[in-house]
Write a protein that binds this ligand. Structure first.
Ligand SMILES: C[S@@+](CC[C@H](N)C(=O)[O-])C[C@H]1O[C@@H](n2cnc3c(N)ncnc32)[C@H](O)[C@@H]1O
Length: 216
């Protein structure tokens, strides 16, 4: 099963039994107002808005409430939480660092994920800027590469596992789960992003099926 719902993940999680998922790989809002930052350009006379190809990014004005994490830990056995440095989470031994090799010094060198695992820290070294490894289909301002999720699933998931993503965005996590043959459920609250990821997912699966049919 690989399914996405256009709904608030809080409403969904409140209905779920304990430990419904083996692994949650999530990327909630960081509360850094990313969309606004992306859209404004400071000029001598104040802020001037420039056009942005992405849909509204007001979702990033605040971090999830405490109840989100309580529910997430209740409904999943293991968790990987991107943006873990922005939330009030317990100390973490096996964190993940995604080294983006960003060439612009005022952009972040990478991103941090908190995990519930007790092994050693891991680094995913994967440049992702401009045309370097950027996916041809960019539909979301904070879209993560499919390759990042593929790497995570390879390390942390086994066939047959049930995966949860509460904040789907572009659906990269969903595509990587499809390719890895994992059971996947995702939620996206925004109707426009939901529709865009549905279309992206459909394009991906039809392409994959065509390759399989033609034995490529
Ligand atoms: C940081 S982005 C996720 C980006 C994603 N990892 C990707 O690779 O594209 C967070 C997304 O969560 C959505 N969102 C915010 N609050 C939500 C909620 N309560 N339930 C479901 N989705 C939510 C936002 O609309 C946004 O698309």
């Amino acid at each position: 099963m690989n399914i996405a719902y256009n709904m608030d993940c809080m409403e969904a999680m409140r209905q779920m039994p304990d430990n419904a998922f083996d692994l949650a790989v999530v990327d909630p809002p960081y509360g850094i107002n990313f969309g606004e930052f992306n859209r404004t350009n400071k000029t001598a006379d104040g802020y001037r808005y420039k056009s942005n190809k992405y849909h509204n990014a007001r979702w990033d004005v605040s971090v999830p409430e405490e109840e989100y994490f309580t529910e997430l830990f209740r409904v999943s056995k293991g968790q990987i939480i991107w943006g873990g440095n922005y939330y009030n989470l317990p100390p973490c031994k096996e964190f993940i660092f995604w080294f983006k090799r960003n060439p612009v010094s005022n952009f972040s060198d990478g991103e941090f994920a908190w995990t519930s695992f007790g092994g050693v820290a891991k680094c995913f070294d994967y440049a992702y800027y401009g045309n370097i490894n950027s996916e041809t289909e960019r539909i979301h301002p904070t879209q993560k590469p499919v390759a990042l999720y593929a790497w995570i699933y390879k390390l942390y998931a086994k066939p047959g596992m049930k995966i949860l993503d509460t904040h789907l965005g572009s659906g990269s996590s969903r595509i990587a789960a499809y390719d890895a043959g994992l059971d996947f459920t995702g939620y996206e609250i925004d109707p426009t992003y939901f529709k865009l990821q549905e279309e992206r997912f459909a394009r991906h699966t039809s392409q994959t099926n065509l390759f399989l049919e033609e034995g490529l």
